[in-house]
Design a protein around this ligand. Structure first.
Ligand SMILES: [Zn+2]
Length: 215
């Protein structure tokens, strides 16, 4: 269970003691860009492409996961129903923000991000922590056979992005007690969250961000 603060941002309680870390899953009422300082973002393409932000800010290119270990830097993903995932490696003070829609999930984006953290930062998967933010829930995410077949189902079916990504993290070696879930459905909660499926083209985007404090 995540805790919403007065900035209208959901925080992971397990990370409240990490003084070097800044993070949050913004609601539609949160002004994340002005609260978080300069962010690195991506042109998100529903891929399994991971990029190292390396202290840069602004839109860094195309892909769906941004990795960082530079003090003073922060990275973000934008979603409206897709699953935002924040990754933390306490040992190496390294982080990642991941955008996982169904295509990215099928392509293994969070697995690729964990692999890239290991290659780039020496992250040990068993020490990795992962927070799965607000996304369209199984309650509302009914999909056709062309999608459900990738989630072990047949025909029109309800699928869970959170469960599929949780499974990938476990397969990478992440410990189940280090995977935290918001358990909040963007489509069910219009006061708090944008939802592409609910609001169509008029849907805004939610900011999920993670950063490393200076010093
Ligand atoms: Zn729902």
């Amino acid at each position: 269970m995540f805790i919403k603060d007065t900035d209208q941002i959901y925080r992971v309680p397990q990370w409240s003691g990490l003084t070097w870390l800044t993070h949050g899953f913004g609601t539609r009422l949160a002004d994340v860009p002005s609260l978080s300082g300069e962010l690195a973002t991506l042109k998100q393409i529903h891929s399994a492409e991971c990029l190292f932000a390396a202290g840069r800010t602004g839109q860094l290119g195309q892909g769906d996961a941004l990795l960082e270990n530079s003090p003073g830097a922060a990275v973000a993903v934008k979603t409206a129903d897709c699953l935002p995932i924040l990754l933390v490696d306490e040992d190496h003070r390294a982080i990642a923000a991941v955008h996982a829609g169904w295509r990215g999930t099928v392509a293994g984006i969070v697995r690729r991000a964990a692999d890239a953290m290991r290659e780039g930062f020496g992250t040990e998967p068993t020490h990795l922590q992962a927070a799965l933010g607000p996304a369209i829930g199984e309650c509302c995410y009914e999909v056709g056979p062309e999608v459900s077949c990738h989630f072990g189902k047949q025909g029109r079916a309800h699928v869970s992005l959170a469960r599929a990504n949780r499974r990938q993290l476990l397969e990478c070696g992440v410990s189940p007690d280090r995977i935290y879930e918001a358990g909040l459905c963007t489509m069910c909660m219009p006061e708090e969250f944008h939802s592409y499926r609910r609001d169509k083209e008029s849907a805004g985007r939610l900011f999920s961000f993670i950063g490393i404090r200076e010093g």
